[in-house]
Ligand binder design. Structure first.
Ligand code: PMP
Length: 361
């Protein structure tokens, strides 16, 4: 069976060697006579899997020792709510820089708990650019400053880490974690749902400067407390062991392939191919994002003749290129080019785009 190229925004394509290893180990993990998903999270076998995944992720992302790495059930949206509960006093101000749909979602999760200050908002410009840093109005006493490193729907990506002064910088890296080298020490906290670059949906990674875990935050259950998860190595309750195991395999694969430097090269090549095809199409295809902040991971694009969009989706699917339909919030088309998408996949998309233009242009 030939596997298609899957351009889904998430859950997204996973490396074939990871899927094959998981398949081979499904009934009998490492000779123990049971699947890893059938074993206790407190047993030696899974403890090893968990510790190895953390060690590998720390290596992959060059996480400094004074940062905790948490593996938590649930998605990025859950973390968005927990940020306020853990790090802001009731009613304290928190600054949000909104560069797309997910920045808005992040605000919705914390509105019951903090005074949200929108320090900058790309909304009036249709989220086609990131407001320049010197236009941001940061609060003097913010609990933290929140950004979305890569906006999965609008296709807008920070290409530099912004300087935000005294308040710690918190960043949603759900759709770009491990896509290039990042200086973790510039951030107070980085979080990501796993289902794009790290593995399967159902688990999130939180990387947080340990000293921040001493903040009181606000009244909350222990299960919502990052410090408690950190103290118990993310085993405060039964963790999503299967997801953690698959995440570990995916991280190991990224290390074996050459790490984030290598993925930065591949991702630049893939994005270069697709933006190149869009920009060279004479307007047949269109991407509206300012070139300096175009996402390397998610490329939303439009046909000049929008009546052809459904045909593009159907014909590309028939050609083995899956999930190119745009998100309903913006319409059109979208190609997601996460780490597991090979350069050959981007080339296949570009070849199809040329062919489609020749037939319909
Ligand atoms: N942030 C970003 C940047 C995302 O892309 C997504 C999901 N696509 C989310 C947050 C929400 O993640 P989840 O569905 O895992 O809660």
């Amino acid at each position: 069976m030939a596997r298609a190229y899957n351009f889904s925004a998430g859950p997204a394509t996973l490396p074939e060697p990871v899927l094959r290893q998981a398949q081979a180990e499904m009934l009998d993990w490492n000779g123990v006579g049971a699947s890893i998903v059938e074993l206790s999270h407190r047993g030696a076998e899974f403890m090893d899997v968990a510790a190895q995944a953390e060690a590998d992720l720390r290596r992959l992302l060059s996480v400094p020792d004074d940062y905790a790495v948490l593996f938590l059930a649930g998605g990025a949206t859950t973390q968005q709510a927990l940020l306020a509960l853990n790090f802001a006093a009731p009613g304290q101000v928190a600054d949000y820089v909104v560069t797309g749909h997910w920045g808005r979602t992040a605000i919705r999760q914390v509105e019951p708990y903090v005074r949200v200050h929108v320090a900058a908002d790309g909304g009036p410009g249709g989220f086609r650019d990131i407001p320049p840093r010197d236009t941001w109005s940061l609060s003097a006493d913010a609990a933290y400053v929140h950004i979305t490193a890569n906006e999965t729907i609008h296709g807008v990506e920070f290409r530099d880490t912004p300087e935000v002064g005294a308040a710690p910088l918190f960043a949603d890296f759900s759709s770009s974690i491990a896509s290039e080298p990042v200086d973790v020490s510039r951030y107070g906290l980085i979080y990501a749902g796993a289902q794009k670059n790290l593995g399967p949906v159902g688990i999130s990674v939180v990387i947080v400067r340990r000293e921040l875990l001493q903040r009181e935050g606000q009244p909350r259950a222990d299960i919502f407390t990052y410090a408690s998860h950190a103290a118990r190595d993310s085993m405060l309750n039964t963790p999503p062991t299967w997801n953690w195991y698959l995440l570990g395999l995916t991280v190991k694969w990224m290390l074996d392939e050459g790490g984030v430097e290598e993925f930065a090269r591949r991702n630049a090549a893939k994005a270069g191919l697709v933006y190149g095809a869009i920009d060279a199409s004479g307007g047949f295809y269109r991407n509206e994002v300012a070139p300096a902040v175009r996402s390397r991971m998610n490329i939303p694009f439009f046909l000049s003749d929008e009546t052809l969009t459904a045909r593009f989706v159907a014909e590309s699917k028939a050609a083995g290129l899956l999930a190119l339909k745009g998100h309903k919030a913006v319409g059109g088309l979208r190609a997601s080019l996460y780490n597991a998408m090979p350069v050959a996949g981007a080339q296949a998309l570009v070849d199809f785009m040329h062919d489609f233009q020749q037939r319909h242009g």
